[in-house]
Design a protein around this ligand. Structure first.
Ligand SMILES: NC(=O)c1ccc[n+]([C@@H]2O[C@H](COP(=O)([O-])OP(=O)(O)OC[C@H]3O[C@@H](n4cnc5c(N)ncnc54)[C@H](OP(=O)(O)O)[C@@H]3O)[C@@H](O)[C@H]2O)c1
Length: 336
């Protein structure tokens, strides 16, 4: 089968399109003919050798697989030809991938493969962060950093689906326009030196209730200052490259909390949450309350180009790799 293979730690340019043997499923795993896999920032960390865990070289990156079941174990509930999406440790940038049956989900009829790929890592992670970690309530104010990225745009849409008032922060007017289109109530440019004061003013000076942060770096400190009484700051990632240090005294008097949220560790510690979250996302998608914005669709051999758009901070919403270009039905009209 064709796969994009990472043979040494480095940037997207060292991924090579290679013919490799199909992966062999272990007990409890299904085999999937992959049609679509979305590009995630974590792929860059994984191929760079700086992710939380390092796969053994060589390996195929790609954190989800949307496609059809090629084979499934007895009792798994899946049969050959079922349309599914799966969360992977890696392996999505290939014509075939293996996945735990526990982390494979049947696709409802209205969900195309590219929408399924776009919905999975980014939306599941963000929904877990907002619902299970931050316990965001409908009346609350949600601050979203990096609001035009994969996680950020998902957070804007999910915040609205949960009934919150959403303040979106991004670095350029174009990115802010995208966040506004996705439903943000207020948009604020992080390039403006007074962005923190603007957030405070937009939140009625009481401060925000929840901040979801996939960026870190220089945004962390001012964003932490915008948290009001009992505010929860959820760390999702550090796309800016720098994991912030937390000044403990800034938490005490306002009863603030800084929390981490990781899809990977939900998989270890609360796997039931994944299926419940996926069901919720499919329901919201069917109701038109969330709509992944896919701005770039690429064939398998152009995966590196997709990764570069994220590395160079140019990506908007989701970039999706169509692994079997020309063999999939056209993208669903409802994906933006
Ligand atoms: N914890 C989890 O379960 C989980 C799940 C998914 C992703 N993540 C993490 O969340 C982070 C974002 O992932 P993503 O897929 O949303 O990425 P993305 O689509 O590339 O978005 C990242 C955003 O970060 C901002 N940014 C600031 N400095 C940057 C830099 N030097 N390079 C790139 N972006 C920069 C950009 O927004 P502005 O230009 O507007 O600042 C960009 O839109 C990553 O660290 C990823 O590993 C974690």
């Amino acid at each position: 089968m064709r796969a994009m293979v990472c043979g040494r730690w480095g940037g997207p340019e060292q991924l090579t399109l290679t013919n490799v043997p199909e992966p062999v499923p272990k007990p409890g795993e299904v085999s999937i003919d992959v049609h679509a896999c979305s590009v995630n920032f974590a792929d860059l960390l994984m191929i760079g050798g700086t992710y939380q865990t390092r796969p053994e070289l060589p390996f195929v990156p790609g954190l989800e697989a949307a496609g059809t079941i090629a084979s499934a174990p007895e009792g798994s509930g899946f049969k050959t030809g079922d349309r599914v999406v799966a969360i992977l440790w890696h392996g999505g940038y290939a014509e075939q991938a293996v996945a735990s049956a526990q982390e494979t989900f049947l696709l409802p009829a209205g969900v195309s493969f590219d929408v399924a790929a776009a919905l999975t890592s980014a939306y599941v992670s963000t929904a877990l962060a907002l619902i299970r970690v931050a316990h965001l309530k409908p009346s609350e104010v949600l601050l979203v950093l990096g609001a035009s990225g994969g996680v950020g745009l998902a957070a804007v849409q999910l915040g609205k689906a949960l009934g919150a008032t959403v303040i979106a922060v991004a670095s350029t007017p174009d990115k802010l326009a995208i966040a506004r289109e996705a439903g943000a109530d207020r948009v604020i440019c992080s390039a403006d030196a007074a962005w923190k004061e603007q957030v405070l003013s937009e939140s009625g000076s009481a401060g925000v209730n929840v901040c979801v942060d996939p960026v870190g770096g220089p945004l962390f400190d001012p964003a932490l200052s915008t948290l009001g009484w009992g505010g929860r700051y959820v760390l999702v990632g550090f796309a800016a490259g720098q994991a912030p240090s937390i000044p403990a005294h800034r938490l005490l008097v306002k009863h603030r909390a800084v929390l981490g949220s990781s899809l990977r560790y939900f998989r270890y510690h609360d796997p039931a949450a994944l299926r419940e979250t996926m069901d919720q996302l499919f329901a919201w998608y069917a109701q038109g309350r969330i709509l992944p914005r896919i701005t770039l669709r690429l064939p398998l051999e152009a995966t590196a180009e997709g990764l570069r758009t994220l590395a160079e901070r140019r990506a908007i919403g989701k970039v999706v790799v169509h692994v079997r270009e020309g063999r999939e039905a056209p993208p669903a009209a409802r994906s933006a």
